[in-house]
Design a binder for this molecule. Structure first.
Ligand code: 6PG
Length: 243
């Protein structure tokens, strides 16, 4: 895991936006398309607004870029708790990216039905793009992640049976009582850890105790964030509020 420390959340977000632009350029040159998984929560908010600015948007080939989500609260996409809504307001509403290139997590029917539907959509996308077989685990080019105050990643919370899911790529989960929106849909670690690059954006000081645990790398798994694979293309981004 590469730990990158920045003075401010703006610098952290600028570094990430630049990383995304560079990765997209390489991926599109190599295979003709680029996939990125947006995380939920507020940490990526500055990044999303940067991606809609000319400085970064002009470097991106949105016609060959495809956007997915790591997880979603099971609420309408217009709901203030919706992860899609945050990305829409900060980025999608200002970007020139076609709707067919954006894959919000469905929030219709039951949570289980939506999880199944999203898994089908992901598999169908990658089958079309890479001709991979249905049982091949797709490889997203970049997965963005935040980390909750309890060390959760996406909507994979401590002690959740979803942490050990080995077959499914997307699951319906019940978040703990303290979390906003209990019904959630989340990618599993089987899919998250199969990405080319993982970027964990964890600005601010309120999670520094957990970041120490996370940065320690080895040792017994205490928080879900420690189940993110510990490889050279996993980036842990923190800012100076973390001393
Ligand atoms: C969610 C998110 C979650 C988020 C962390 C960090 O739906 O809750 O996907 O995993 O990334 O809770 O949230 P903040 O960035 O707001 O601290």
């Amino acid at each position: 895991m590469k730990i990158c420390k920045f003075e401010t959340v703006l610098e952290l977000s600028q570094w990430t936006a630049d990383f995304i632009c560079k990765s997209a350029e390489v991926c599109i040159k190599e295979k003709g398309f680029f996939t990125i998984v947006f995380s939920g929560g507020s940490s990526p908010s500055k990044l999303y607004s940067l991606l809609s600015t000319y400085e970064y948007a002009s470097r991106m080939n949105w016609g060959k870029t495809y956007i997915f989500w790591s997880d979603e609260r099971f609420v309408e996409h217009e709901d203030d708790n919706s992860n899609y809504k945050l990305a829409y307001e900060q980025f999608l509403s200002k970007a020139s990216i076609r709707e067919s290139h954006v894959f919000p997590i469905p929030v219709s029917g039951t949570p289980a039905e939506s999880a199944e539907l999203y898994e089908e959509q992901i598999k169908k996308f990658f089958k079309k793009k890479t001709l991979c077989s249905p049982d091949t685990t797709p490889v997203f080019d970049i997965v963005l992640l935040g980390m909750g105050g309890d060390g959760h990643i996406a909507s994979l919370f401590p002690k959740s049976p979803a942490l050990d899911e080995k077959q499914k790529l997307v699951v319906a989960v019940k978040a703990p009582l303290y979390a906003p929106s209990r019904d959630r849909i989340s990618l599993t670690f089987k899919l998250i850890n199969n990405a080319k690059d993982i970027i964990m954006l964890i600005p601010g000081k309120e999670k520094q105790k957990l970041i120490k645990q996370l940065a320690s790398g080895v040792g017994n798994i205490k928080i879900p964030a420690q189940m993110v694979r510990n490889t050279d293309n996993t980036y842990l981004l923190i800012d100076n509020d973390y001393s």
